[in-house]
Every structure is written in structure tokens, then in C-alpha cells.
Design a binder for this molecule. Structure first.
Ligand code: ARG
Length: 488
């Protein structure tokens, strides 16, 4: 970054011109600059400025020729930023003043661009424009992660694993059912992102520094030009209160909150992956390219992507706390404190995007070890509840059935035999209701067929869920599947 302090541009554009006798002290400039991080808003800043300039031409503040010159000036600047030859000047504080100063240096009409505008409504606009793009991109990544999970589910629809509560084996589920639990969580995250997007999608430009403008600004035209419209009706959406508009960062908090919860979901998924990849569980194999080794222990293969995803949750959750704390106690309206919102917001956006993308890629390169899963799921104790249900179907109250099966489990433990190999007499000693057909209870596949309740891990139910998710996520039919007729 560099720039000449004495250029004619800076003196005509910087906010101190006129009122102050000199520039800020060097350490003040270094303390207060934001260009080192807000430069990334440049595309959106130019987009906003072009819309504002278009409106100024409509209301007669700019001539057609001036508007044209501003447009080509910004096009040239954008091309230089793109190629990396543009020189940002920290003395000009932020992205807004850098771009306006450079435009004005090249195009005299640049000095009319800030008419009816303040950096307060400008920065609110830029962040909203930027966040809108960011949310759309993130929703695409979340859908890709859902597809990776549904892909794993489809491939492993009849691989059974123990489901756990308290991290103790509880009841059998399918690997697919476990994957689809995360697909559901991600769907709620996506809904929250869509809701956030809806509230981000309001145009604050025209609010000025705090109290609008005396000029006849056409806010609706700007909003429409920038796509701040109701998605159903196309009606432009402009903020209703200038004081609220320049100091509101609710939309940024919402994004940080939504991504914090998304990161918590990712962290839980990461924890499951880490457990499954241990020798103790041994349920999955992550492709080498998505693991790391140890500098000392030659045999190690570590699930670092999942661990880092789990670890980065701390940052994303912390960013939410930082933003909430930043806003608490700010008097109306704009306060310079608000400049501190951007690094937290950018960090949440970058971190969550990377985590979602890498988790998705890792899962797409993960295979399930069906044999180890089946061996773990074949623990007959997982079907103890099914045994109680057997008695219930024969008329026993559930509380009593629970007690009887508990006694059967204890008998199995004492005799050192698996519960499914106890002689019928031992069972009948606990309840006369046990008959020879009780053996079928321990047939895992049939046990999974019996689970027909909506939302359960039953074979049919999970197959329906998989095909429903494939349709919702626009996934092609899995290989080897005949083309289904369209739903009527
Ligand atoms: N860089 C500033 C920010 O991010 C832009 C707005 C400055 N406004 C002001 N009144 N100093 O908040």
C-alpha cells in the first residue's frame, strides 16, 4: 500500500478537509484505518457508488456525461484492483475514501459522487451487499455438504451401526439414518440463512449520516437497481428509519449467530467422524488426501480436517460474542466502534465457508467399513427394547416388560452367554409370554423392517427419506437405480 499524502485527491476527499488544520498523527491514522481489512468490500462499494451515481444523474445532480465518466473511471479502477496493480492508501482510512479519492483524481465529476451520501449509510450498504453474496455462496456450500451426507447415506442404506445415547450402545440404526440426522440439522441452518438473507436484503442508502437528505434522492430506484427487492413482488425494500439504518448491525449479528449454530452442528459431525475413524470404532476410512500423518509416529493417520473444524467452532462462536458485546451500550446512532464489526463478520464467513467445504470434500472421500459396522451392530443387547416390545404385544404392561427384560439381561450376564442364545426355558422362567418365535426378535434385518414409524431408522422409512432428500437436493438417481416415474 502506498500513496502520496499531498496528492490533490486526498485533500479534496478526506473527511478532514476544511475543518482541520492538518492530517492526523501517524499513530492515530494507523490505529483508525480499516483499509487493511475492508478493502475486500471494493466490488460492493463500487456497485453501490454506480447505483448512487445513476440516481444522482436521474435527479439532475450529475450530467449524462459526468455519469459516463464516473462509470468508465470505476471500470478502470476495478480492472486495476483485479490485476493487483491498484495502490491502496492507508492515509485515506478505508475502502470508501480510497475509491472515491482515486475516482476523483481521474474524473473531476468524482467530487459530486458523495452528494446526499455519508460513509455511514455507505458502509451499511456495502456490508449488506457483501453479506448477501456471502450468504448465497454459503447456502450453496451447505447444500453440497448435504449432498455428501446423502451420498454416504445412499451407499450405506443397509449398513447397521449401534445408535448411542450417553455414548453407550443403545439401539441399532442405519449408517444412513445417522447421516440424515445431520442433513436435517443443516436444513434448519439453511432456513435460518434464508431468513437472515431476507433481513439483510434491505437498502440503507439514502439515510445519510443520520438524518437522510434535503435532496430529492430516489431511494426506491437505487434499491431496485441493487436488487434490494421483495423476491415475490419485486417491490423495492428501503430501510424505514435513517437512524436505525446507519447504526443497525442486527443483520450481522444474525449471520454470526446462524453460522455459530452451523459451526456447532459441524463440530458435532466432526466429533462423530473422529470417533468413527478410531481403531476402537473403526466404522470409516477417510481417504489419505484428507488426513495427515505424525512427524514422529510413522503409523499415524489423523483426521485433522474434522479436528480443525471442531476447533474452529470456537472462533465462530467467539465472533458472535464479540459482535454482541460491541453493540451493547452503543448510543444512537453511528459510532466508530462499528468499524470493529467487519473483521469478526469476515472471519465468521471465511471460517464457516472453509469448514463446510472441507467437511463436504472429506465425507465425499470417506468409505464406510460395513463389516466392522455390522459386527458392532450385531450386539444382541441393542435389541433388548425390541424384546420388551415383544412382551407388550402379548399384553404385558411396558413397565413390567422393562423389568422382565432387565432380569433376562442380568441372567445372560451371569451365565456368560449372549442374550439371544439363552435357552427358551431361561426366558420363560422370567415370563410365560415368551414363545419359540422370540428368536426372530434378534434377527437384525427384520428388526429394522419392524421400524415403520415416521422418522425411525426402519428400512422403508430411511429409503423414503433418502429419495426425498435426493429430490430436494437435485441429486441424480444413484447408480444402478431404474429411472423412477415422476410423482403424480
Ligand atoms: N470505516 C468506517 C466503518 O467501517 C466507515 C464509516 C466511517 N464513518 C465515520 N463517520 N467515520 O465504520
Amino acid at each position: 500500500m502506498s500513496g502520496s499524502k499531498s496528492s490533490p485527491t486526498s485533500s479534496t476527499v478526506v473527511s478532514r478537509s476544511g475543518r482541520f488544520s492538518g492530517g492526523p498523527a501517524a499513530d492515530v491514522a494507523a490505529f483508525s484505518e480499516s483499509i487493511s481489512f475492508d478493502w475486500r468490500l471494493w466490488r460492493h462499494d463500487i456497485r453501490g457508488s454506480l447505483a448512487h451515481a445513476g440516481m444522482l444523474a436521474r435527479i439532475g445532480v450529475l450530467t449524462r456525461g459526468e455519469l459516463k465518466a464516473i462509470r468508465s473511471g470505476f471500470a478502470a479502477i476495478a480492472a486495476e484492483i483485479e490485476t493487483g496493480s491498484f495502490r491502496w492508501n492507508p492515509a485515506l482510512e478505508d475502502v470508501h475514501m480510497n475509491l472515491e479519492a482515486e475516482l476523483t483524481r481521474r474524473v473531476p465529476a468524482g467530487s459530486k459522487l458523495h452528494t446526499g451520501r455519508s460513509r455511514n449509510d455507505q458502509v451499511a450498504l456495502d456490508v449488506r451487499l457483501w453479506l448477501r453474496d456471502e450468504i448465497l455462496a454459503l447456502r450453496g456450500e451447505v447444500a453440497a455438504l448435504q449432498r455428501s451426507l446423502v451420498g454416504l447415506a445412499s451407499e450405506n442404506a443397509s449398513v447397521w451401526i449401534p445408535g448411542y445415547t450417553h455414548l453407550q450402545r443403545a439401539q441399532p440404526v442405519s449408517f444412513a439414518h445417522h447421516c440424515l440426522a445431520y442433513v436435517e440439522m443443516l436444513a434448519r441452518d439453511d432456513e435460518r440463512l434464508a431468513g437472515t438473507l431476507d433481513r439483510v436484503n434491505v437498502c440503507p442508502l439514502g439515510s445519510g449520516a443520520i438524518a437522510g437528505s434535503t435532496l430529492p434522492l430516489d431511494r426506491e430506484w437505487v434499491a431496485k437497481t441493487l436488487g434490494f427487492t421483495d423476491p415475490r413482488t419485486g417491490v423495492p425494500r428501503v430501510s424505514r428509519n435513517s437512524m436505525d439504518a446507519v447504526s443497525d448491525r442486527d443483520f450481522a449479528v444474525e449471520f454470526c449467530a446462524t453460522t455459530a449454530l452451523l459451526s456447532v452442528h459441524l463440530s458435532r459431525l466432526a466429533e462423530d467422524v473422529i470417533l468413527w475413524a478410531t481403531s476402537e470404532f473403526n466404522f470409516i476410512r477417510i481417504a489419505d488426501a484428507y488426513t495427515t500423518g505424525s512427524s514422529l509416529m510413522p503409523q499415524k493417520k489423523n483426521p485433522d480436517i474434522a479436528e480443525l473444524t471442531r476447533g474452529k467452532t470456537g472462533r465462530v462462536v467467539g465472533n458472535l460474542m464479540a459482535l454482541l458485546t460491541l453493540l451493547k451500550g452503543l448510543p444512537m446512532t453511528y459510532n466508530r466502534d462499528l468499524q470493529e464489526d467487519k473483521e469478526r463478520l469476515f472471519d465468521s464467513a471465511d471460517t464457516i465457508r472453509a469448514c463446510v467445504r472441507l467437511m463436504s470434500a472429506m465425507l465425499a472421500n470417506t468409505t464406510v467399513k460395513a463389516e466392522a459396522c455390522t459386527a458392532a451392530a450385531s450386539d444382541p443387547l441393542l435389541l433388548a427394547t425390541d424384546l420388551a416390545d415383544y412382551l407388550v404385544l402379548r399384553g404385558m404392561p411396558f413397565r413390567q416388560a422393562h423389568h422382565v427384560v432387565g432380569a433376562v439381561v442380568a441372567a445372560a450376564e451371569q451365565s456368560g452367554r449372549p442374550i439371544n442364545e439363552l435357552p427358551l426355558e431361561t426366558l420363560r422362567a422370567k415370563s410365560e409370554l415368551f414363545g419359540p418365535d422370540v428368536r426372530e426378535i434378534f434377527d437384525l434385518r427384520r428388526a429394522m423392517e419392524r421400524r415403520t414409524v415416521t422418522g425411525s431408522p426402519g428400512i422403508r422409512e430411511v429409503a423414503c427419506q433418502i429419495s426425498d432428500w435426493r429430490r430436494r437436493l437435485s441429486m441424480p438417481a444413484p447408480r444402478g437405480t431404474a429411472k423412477r416415474r415422476p410423482r403424480s
